[in-house]
Design a protein around this ligand. Structure first.
Ligand SMILES: [Zn+2]
Length: 293
């Protein structure tokens, strides 16, 4: 009898131990399943996140390319804005433009003065000069002035050999500007023909070149007032007289000046020129204002 009781007790203990073991096993199975489900969910989320990041980067690259393309050329509306620049304006405006720079001897002084007066101008830079003075070009740009293109060499025989030569000079100078600014997406977009876009012995080539530039989304711009600082005027009085004679009666003035290294007189006349425009109610604009860029 006693033996039977002891055997029953042993059997009960075994049963309890078995039940505990089974319970532990069940708990372990549940626990592992939960962990596996969790891990699956996490890896799915990581996968989805990676796909999303990839898509986001693709979109970003696509947008950057579209932006670069948009800034690479002017559309027909923008080309028209440049060719209509001299038309009558109810609110008088003036574009101060400087050709043939940048130069160390003159450009920084002009920039100082423009900064002091809070005026944005437009610089039609020469490739050969921009190559020599990239820091000054960068300063022009950083201070908000428009950087236009005046070709590379300024040698009429070379630049006006053919209309393609004009486009080649534009492209050569344009690349130098991009490099100087450290921005491969920058494009100068407005070309100023050395000596003007019409007349002279190269008139026919210039006419053809104007069309070729336009087909490539590049505008060309001359002027409707000048100081004659590049050809003829050798005193402040002469410069100012040329200025007054050509500016009179115009409501949208594109004033031609030069910032080559021998044009310190231009800088010296600039305060009087600025004063004239201020006294007569003109607003100073750069070509960025016209293009809305
Ligand atoms: Zn020039």
């Amino acid at each position: 009898m006693y033996d039977l009781i002891i055997r029953n007790r042993k059997l009960n203990k075994l049963k309890v131990a078995l039940v505990i073991l089974v319970l532990i096993l069940i708990i372990m199975v549940i626990f592992t399943s939960v962990r596996l489900v969790q891990m699956y969910k996490v890896s799915k989320t990581i996968n989805e996140y990676n796909i999303w990041i990839e898509k986001f980067n693709e979109e970003k690259a696509k947008k950057a390319q579209e932006e670069a393309n948009r800034f690479a050329t002017l559309n027909s509306e923008e080309l028209d804005k440049i060719s209509n620049i001299y038309k009558h304006q109810d609110n008088k405006r003036v574009f101060l433009t400087f050709d043939d720079g940048p130069s160390q001897a003159v450009t920084p002084y002009i920039l100082d003065l423009l900064k002091q007066e809070n005026i944005k101008a437009s610089f039609f830079v020469l490739g050969v000069k921009a190559e020599a003075n990239p820091d000054i070009l960068k300063r022009e740009y950083n201070e908000g002035h428009f950087i236009g293109n005046h070709g590379y060499s300024h040698k009429y025989k070379e630049i006006y050999a053919t209309s393609q030569a004009v486009l080649d000079e534009y492209n050569k100078a344009n690349q130098i500007i991009k490099d100087a600014l450290g921005n491969q997406n920058y494009n100068s977009l407005v070309f100023r023909f050395p000596g003007g876009s019409s007349g002279g012995p190269y008139h026919d080539v210039k006419k053809e070149a104007k069309e070729l530039l336009k087909q490539n989304g590049i505008a060309s711009l001359d002027w409707n007032a000048l100081t004659n600082d590049a050809a003829g005027a050798s005193t402040k009085d002469e410069i100012m007289q040329n200025f007054y004679d050509t500016v009179e009666g115009k409501t949208s003035v594109v004033l031609l000046m030069h910032d080559a290294s021998d044009k310190i007189l231009t800088y010296e006349c600039l305060p009087d020129i600025i004063k004239y425009f201020k006294d007569n109610g003109y607003t100073f604009e750069s070509l960025y204002d016209v293009l809305g860029r």
